[in-house]
Design a protein around this ligand. Sequence first.
Ligand SMILES: Cc1cc2nc3c(=O)[nH]c(=O)nc-3n(C[C@H](O)[C@H](O)[C@H](O)COP(=O)(O)O)c2cc1C
Length: 349
Amino acid sequence: MKSFLETVQNYDYVKFTLFLEEVFFKSDRLVRQYLYLELKHGSSKLVEHFLHRFSEEEMNRFRSEMVKQKELERDEFWKGEERMLEIIKNMPTLVKEALATNKQNMENLLQNREMLKSLEPYYYSDQTLGKLKPPAFKEIPERGEIIDLPEPSTAVIQQENIYKLISERTTLRDFKTDELSLEELSWLLWATQGVRKYIPEEKKIFRTVPSGGDRHPFETYLAVNRITGLNPGLYRFLSREHRLLFLKAEPDLVEILTDIGRGQPYVGNCAVCFIWSAIPQRTEWRYANQAKKNILIEAGHVGQNLYLATEAAGCGTCGIAAYDQKKVDELLELDGVDEFVIYLAPVGR
Ligand SMILES: Cc1cc2nc3c(=O)[nH]c(=O)nc-3n(C[C@H](O)[C@H](O)[C@H](O)COP(=O)(O)O)c2cc1C
């Protein structure tokens, strides 16, 4: 095992990065196993690369677990070694693939830049052609279990000073195991997708966040771990009604979310994870090819409101763009074409 660690520690920059990426993206469990190996062998060089992912509490737990080293050696916990040796064996192929993909990426990047630009305002969209406006809200199933939320209220706000909120806003990844209250959740949902005004006959909505042509392409899903009064599981926010629709209980939600977050533990161990999907057609109806640019900009507005609203309520969040697209769409039973996840944000105290 020592020689395994030596091999990795002697890797050059490219190989070392590829090794870490492989370990990270395979699973959180593998990261922990690797970290554990290092601690076991008194090596700390690589541990430092993982430190930001784990709380002090977790690091102490790893250390104290080392005392039980002998027992653990017989445990299946060590099966991760095999996978890591595989990565080492596969390193020449990984390097070759990385070089080829990098070259391909450079070509794609130029194409991608076009997406960032604004188009001439002749969209010839469905709106131009007089086609029906898509629904502003997703349907509520007839037999769905609906949960009332308290009215959004300033009672949960601890910091009102906008200057302080903006200057002290920071990403939070190290969550306590505290529950959040339903009142706090209600505030965060309102701040991110709350409906200020709705004109049904025009299918026109105004929310607490801006949206080009008031198209509002997002739906909010919640993966709830610790909200007082809510059973853990998956929910959809009914923004017009300011209520929740219970979707399903999901055992092992912490592990599932961590895996979806490509091993980032805070995606799983938060009190609640906000998961925003996009229904592109709502925006495409008006903006056609320009829709993609608008949708991404607007996701940023939603995310920033969550950052500020959590900060105001004495909790915090971390925007997450590094997630497994297929797994999260499958979890929420989204088709990945007309609706798919575009942004995640775990929240906790
Ligand atoms: C669009 C976006 C995607 C992000 N994705 C991740 C992510 O996948 N994992 C993560 O740990 N942090 C993620 N972050 C958080 C950034 O790393 C963080 O904002 C940055 O380090 C600056 O820190 P600050 O927010 O405290 O100023 C993301 C932030 C944004 C805005």
